[in-house]
Write a new protein. Structure first.
Length: 137
């Protein structure tokens, strides 16, 4: 567990220093969805999945996702419960860190996001409907 936390911390620091598109938001969202458990607050899971949908399906930058999170947080107080899939994707933080820093690692972050979003396929409609309800998409 300590290794996974230190790997996430390393990726977090890397993403903070990237000048392109605030990819840190994608790292935070992917991690939230991949590591969620029964004690995770619904808002964390929902926001993670909202970020993944907007990034993967709509091409939003991390900054654009962050602005949607701010808008949603100001409009709603109860968040739906999202069923947690047993499989959370084939790509891990360690896989992302194994990619060379720069464009290769940035692409690995995108692959990580795609892998997790695909694992939550049963919740795609729920998250899409939430964004439609709030006139985001």
């Amino acid at each position: 567990m300590a290794s996974a936390i230190s790997e996430y911390d390393e990726l977090y620091v890397y993403a903070m220093g990237r000048p392109v598109g605030f990819i840190l938001q994608h790292v935070v969202d992917a991690s939230a969805a991949q590591t969620a458990d029964a004690s995770t607050k619904p808002i964390k899971i929902v926001f993670g999945l909202v970020g993944l949908l907007l990034h993967i399906e709509k091409g939003y930058s991390g900054r654009q996702v962050q602005l949607v999170h701010i808008k949603l947080a100001s409009q709603r107080k109860r968040w739906p419960t999202v069923p947690l899939p047993a499989d959370r994707g084939d790509v891990t933080v360690a896989d992302v860190l194994s990619a060379e820093e720069g464009p290769e690692r940035d692409a690995a972050i995108d692959a990580w996001c795609r892998s997790i979003w695909a694992a939550y396929r049963a919740s795609h409609k729920l998250i899409g409907d939430l964004l439609k309800e709030h006139q985001i998409i």
